[in-house]
Design a protein around this ligand. Sequence first.
Ligand code: ADP
Ligand code: MG
Length: 151
Amino acid sequence: MSKNQITTKSPEETKEFAKVLVEEWIQINKTKNSNWLVCLYGDLGGGKTTFVQGLAEEFGIKETVNSPTFLIMKKYTSSKKINKKYTLYHFDCYRISDYKEILNLGWEEIISGENNLIVIEWPEKIEEILPEKRLNIEFKFINENARKIWF
Ligand code: ADP
Ligand code: MG
């Protein structure tokens, strides 16, 4: 899928990987009003939600990020730690059978807004409406503690 690859050996290492990506993204985007769309592919238990927890921490989100499986989407606001406020929209499309369910959650406004971080688990369920410009990350279960990640 993508060319870069790392192996993490604990949930903490997966969170650390997320934090490094966040810092790179912030460096590039701190003077712009940009959205960031991140699509997380891979099976259950691959570490997608763990990754989002690391990402959220690095954006100064104080609440605990859990899987929004039953809600489809959860919204969080970053603290003022960074130069501006970001809104994190964490989607879990596992239970979605029709992308229109996402449109009903205000998708168009979210995707076209400013300073929105849109992170999607099970993006293949809504492939039809995903913009081209996005970061794809794929997680693969290796063993109890190891995950291979392509990005
Ligand atoms: P997903 O959202 O992809 O279903 P989760 O992040 O919810 O996956 O769950 C991953 C599980 O695997 C967690 O219980 C986590 O503690 C465990 N785990 C073990 N090793 C790792 C690792 N290297 N990276 C991420 N999670 C790991
Ligand atoms: Mg998950």
